[in-house]
Design a protein. Structure first.
Length: 379
């Protein structure tokens, strides 16, 4: 029997997580996977470039939801995803990460019944299996939209695949049954390891006039950091002190670009290289060769850990504690003192780390093998 799985991706950080999963399904005889792109991100440099560079097949379904308030965007994904489920009648729906598309699709699946029942190790069922990859992460910060998305998605998913050991503990504390969760490692790192050689061949350093180890890389897009003009000015003012030592490369997310203009921030072109969002391969080359990465992203905390590059996280909390405990991540918050203290650690060479367990390039294969067992498709 062939099991049909719908994989959902919607926003930039989803694409590098879905790519290895699609390949792993393709390599397994029991599965037929299709890709749904919700269209939460639609700009070429937030979406198409990742499909091209990571050789992700064209989506089978495009929902084209676009931007909007949280309620509007989430509702739009739900309305457009429900008829796709009815037509495709999948045995499982797999969502990744914590963006609005993740919770929107999970919520539709949780209340959807297929025409025909099918068997799993959990018994016969009519609802498609709801699968969440990168489950269990918790920042403890309920003001963060992604935290709501994570908690709700986990609570209505059947299978929870976990990347950070703390994620297993979080789920246990929330009373999740052991058979619903599996520690598999990090699919985003599958993509990084598969693309590393190609990324290192990128000419981005020459193109930007940079020298390996003699620049910093900055990303900022969290609403809590960029939506308040005073906070945005404060963070960039602090980073500007670091920019006196070496240039800071700042690929600006569209949300941040709008806020920079509103806040009247002007960054000195002698110290800053302000760029549009950068494709995956060039960005990985920049990350791997930077002296330090300063960010409020989640995924970049993980990528720097694997690349052994110091990361200063400009947030008060992280849902990815293994990057601090084992990796190269320093959680600075937003205070000037803590950010500069993190930077001083980097300069003194203190930020060493190791690669966490199972962040080895094989996480997607583990997930698909486990799903085959659940669906009794492993021979
Ligand atoms: C979303 C995710 C966030 C993720 C980030 C990565 C949620 C709640 N947030 O945040 O977890 O880290 O993506 O980038 O799902 N825009 C464009 N072009 C696009 C998409 C958006 O210009 O292709 C602009 C629009 O003005 C939009 C704004 O960016 O209003 C924000 O986009 P949105 O998808 O709402 O949230 P992100 O901040 O990107």
């Amino acid at each position: 029997m062939t099991f049909r799985i719908l994989c959902v991706a919607g926003a930039r950080p989803n694409f590098m997580k879905i790519a290895p999963l699609l390949r792993a399904f393709d390599a397994h005889p029991a599965f037929e996977a299709k890709l749904v792109h919700t269209g939460q991100h639609y700009d070429d440099n937030l979406s198409k470039v990742f499909f091209d560079e990571l050789r992700i097949p064209r989506p089978d379904r495009e929902l084209e939801v676009g931007s909007g308030s949280h309620a509007k965007q989430t509702a739009e994904v739900m309305q457009r995803f429900e008829p796709v489920l009815a037509e495709e009648q999948p045995h499982g729906v797999l969502v990744v990460g914590d963006v609005n598309s993740t919770i929107a699709c999970a919520l539709v699946v949780a209340k959807f019944f297929r025409d025909e029942p099918f068997d799993t190790i959990f018994g016969s069922r009519k609802r498609p299996l709801m699968i969440h990859v990168e489950a269990g992460l918790r920042s403890g910060d309920w003001d963060m939209p992604e935290e709501i998305n994570r908690i709700l998605t986990d609570s209505i998913s059947d299978l929870l695949y976990v990347s950070d050991p703390a994620g297993m503990e979080n789920l246990r504390k929330e009373g999740v049954a052991a058979q619903r969760m599996e520690f598999v490692g990090n699919v985003m790192i599958d993509t990084l390891l598969a693309a590393k050689e190609k990324a290192m061949a990128s000419s981005v350093l020459e193109d930007m006039g940079l020298e390996q180890g003699r620049f910093g890389l900055v990303t900022l897009h969290r609403p809590s950091n960029v939506d308040d003009p005073a906070m945005l000015r404060h963070i960039l003012g602090t980073l500007d002190e670091i920019a006196k030592d070496f240039p800071l490369v700042f690929p600006v997310h569209p949300r941040t670009r709008a806020r920079l203009a509103d806040a009247g921030v002007e960054l000195d072109p002698g110290r800053w290289i302000v760029a549009k969002p950068i494709g995956y391969l060039d960005f990985m080359k920049l990350t791997a060769t930077a002296k330090v990465v300063l960010t409020d992203s989640g995924g970049i905390q993980e990528e720097t850990t694997v690349l052994g590059v110091p990361c200063i996280t400009i947030r008060e909390n992280t849902e990815r504690p293994v990057t601090m405990v084992e990796g190269t991540n320093f959680l600075a918050g937003t205070s000037r003192e803590k950010i500069l203290q993190g930077y001083a650690r980097v300069v003194s060479g203190e930020a060493a780390g190791r690669v966490p367990q199972f962040w080895d390039g094989k996480s997607a294969t583990r997930i698909v093998a486990h799903m085959a067992k659940v669906l009794r498709a492993d021979g």
